[in-house]
Design a protein around this ligand. Structure first.
Ligand code: PLP
Length: 377
């Protein structure tokens, strides 16, 4: 890619293929090397492997091309969140969802209990409550769609209000992905990812990222990474970059499958409730449509019957894997309340379903046979 300007003009499907490549030279490889060094000769900008790595830079460049700003990668999504929290002053006030991704909620609860941070937990479905909690806070950290209920936060309104109130804004864009929304373009200070999920896409690495347009913030987060030490392995970074090459096409296919399966589940009498922001009947459809380009590939639904029957259903599928995590090429589901750490506000029968890229009719047949195996009627 010759210039930032040239690459800005490219569409997502092209960027993911073109960006993060080594400079063209005779017999130079198309892909960056997996740079396995802890130690470097003096005189260069890296010096020691906790500060930088050639393979990371390629991945960071690719994520920046999708999200904007400048990117830092971390050893996991949680490590990326940890870096944000580590740069807040002690007893800073943070606004976060009371039932978002449980890892985030739990670390915030722990920091609240040890009096390191003051957390204003809000109902992410209630825009008024979010807005009321913002004045006086240092930062808001929110995700949308919210894991696992798939509620949509009115991000343009919330981000604008937070910036006007002087609060920093960090948005976890893991579920929506840069195919569907770009938090930095909406005014957020930080766009965070569990790169483990859609960006990598093959359920084989753990990685996280933070992107920002603010050079001072970038440098504080870079220091947090360097001294916190939660750095990515070069091999994982290389795998994620390889995964990103097909991110756009995977996401398109998973989203098409998700919409179709959400429609079919919604008309199945054995299912009492379906949440997918792309369904016209979803309570958040209109707000989602107002700013998202697509609706993602996660569905939440509640089969009828007992939690034991729902566990049996999740275990009886032959194609869909009963497992935690999401965003891979393979479809995965699980009953969320099987985890003791999951919030009690999540319905006991709720299945979180990460829809993969398989044939949609094969997936539907698998869902039907799992419902039958669990005798759900
Ligand atoms: C929305 C969201 N944010 C952050 C994380 C944490 O990411 P990681 O597992 O890569 O640490 C997850 C993991 O499931 C997630 O779903």
């Amino acid at each position: 890619m010759n210039s930032d300007h040239e690459r800005e003009k490219l569409n997502t499907e092209t960027k993911v293929v073109a960006v993060g490549r080594p400079a063209k030279k005779p017999d130079g490889g198309l892909n960056p090397p997996i740079a396995l060094n802890s130690t470097f000769h003096t005189g260069g900008p890296i010096g020691y492997a906790r500060s930088g790595n050639e393979t990371w830079s390629a991945l960071e460049d690719a994520i920046s091309s999708l999200e904007g700003g400048k990117t830092l990668i971390f050893s996991s999504g949680m490590a990326a969140i940890g870096a944000i929290l580590s740069i807040l002053p002690s007893k800073a006030i943070i606004v976060a969802a009371k039932n978002g991704y449980q890892g985030t909620t739990n670390i915030l609860k722990n920091l609240q209990e040890s009096e390191k941070l003051i957390v204003r937990f809000v109902d992410p479905t209630n825009t008024k409550e979010i807005l009321a909690a913002i004045p006086g806070s240092q930062i808001i950290h929110l995700e949308s769609p919210v894991n696992p209920l798939l509620d949509i936060i009115d991000l343009p309104q919330v981000i604008k209000f937070a910036k006007e109130s002087g609060a920093g804004v960090s948005i976890d864009n893991t579920f929506a992905t840069p195919m569907n929304q770009n938090p930095l373009a909406m005014g957020a200070d930080i766009c965070m990812h569990s790169v483990t999920k859609y960006l990598s896409g093959h359920s084989d690495v753990l990685l996280g990222s933070l992107s920002t347009n603010d050079p001072a913030l970038y440098s504080r987060l870079e220091q947090a990474r360097k001294y916190g030490g939660a750095i990515a392995g070069p091999f994982e970074a290389w795998l994620a970059l390889r995964g990103i090459r097909t991110f756009a096409i995977r996401m398109q296919r998973s989203q098409e499958n998700a919409l179709e399966l959400a429609k079919r589940l919604a008309s199945d009498p054995r299912v009492s409730k379906v949440r997918y922001p792309g369904l016209a009947s979803d309570p958040n459809h209109l707000v989602a449509k107002s700013f998202m380009k697509g609706f993602g590939a996660m569905i939440s639904f509640e089969p009828k019957g007992t939690p034991d029957q729902v566990d049996l259903m999740c275990d009886s599928s032959k194609l869909i894997t009963n497992a935690t995590s999401l965003g891979g090429v393979e479809s995965i589901w699980e009953r969320r309340r099987r985890w003791e750490t999951e919030s009690e506000t999540i319905p006991v029968n709720l299945i979180r379903f990460s829809v993969g890229i398989e044939n949609v009719d094969d997936l539907w047949a698998d869902i039907q046979s799992a419902l039958n195996a669990a005798k759900i009627s």
